[in-house]
Design a protein around this ligand. Structure first.
Ligand code: HEC
Length: 134
């Protein structure tokens, strides 16, 4: 009789263990959602961000621009916050600015022209910059 009770108890124990195991797996995604940094993980898997970042790293942009600090040019974060949208008009406008250079939006200092950068690459760079918006 004792054995029966014991195995019944064991059975219950196993079931409750199984339950808590299930709970763990359902709780995990919730914890992930709670952590407040999905923006960065999203960005690193965003193809526009990756392409733009790669092109910018290969060009001379970083001699005048940093992500968070104004250098000779405005910080990329400031540019992103100013335009605040990835609309086609804005992307095309800023891509043109990268290719042709220009001044007057952020101050008197001009951005050099980048005539060897293609329209497509310039757009990818702009998308990377605008994705830095906070
Ligand atoms: C010689 C320094 C210099 C280099 C190199 C440079 N920039 Fe700039 N950039 C500037 C300056 C200065 C401004 C601000 C121009 C203005 O006030 O209109 C600027 C502005 C910008 C803007 C905002 C334009 C606007 O109208 O608001 C973007 C986007 C940008 N740069 C991207 C880039 C990219 C991408 C590269 C590399 C291909 C690059 N820059 C290379 C100096 C530079």
């Amino acid at each position: 009789m004792k054995k029966i009770i014991l195995s019944f108890g064991l059975g219950l124990l196993l079931i409750s263990c199984g339950d808590s195991g299930d709970k763990k797996t359902t709780e995990e995604p919730k914890e992930e959602a709670k952590t407040d940094v999905p923006a960065t993980t999203d960005l690193s898997s965003n193809p526009d961000y990756q392409t733009g970042l790669g092109l910018i790293a290969k060009s001379d942009c970083l001699t005048c621009h940093k992500v968070d600090e104004a250098l000779i040019g405005p910080s990329y974060r400031d540019v992103a916050n100013k335009y605040a949208s990835l609309s086609d008009t804005i992307v095309t406008h800023l891509a043109g600015k990268i290719i042709n250079g220009g001044s007057g939006v952020w101050g008197e200092v001009a951005m050099t022209a980048h005539p060897t950068v293609s329209q497509e690459d310039a757009k990818a760079m702009v998308k990377y910059v605008l994705l830095l918006k906070k």
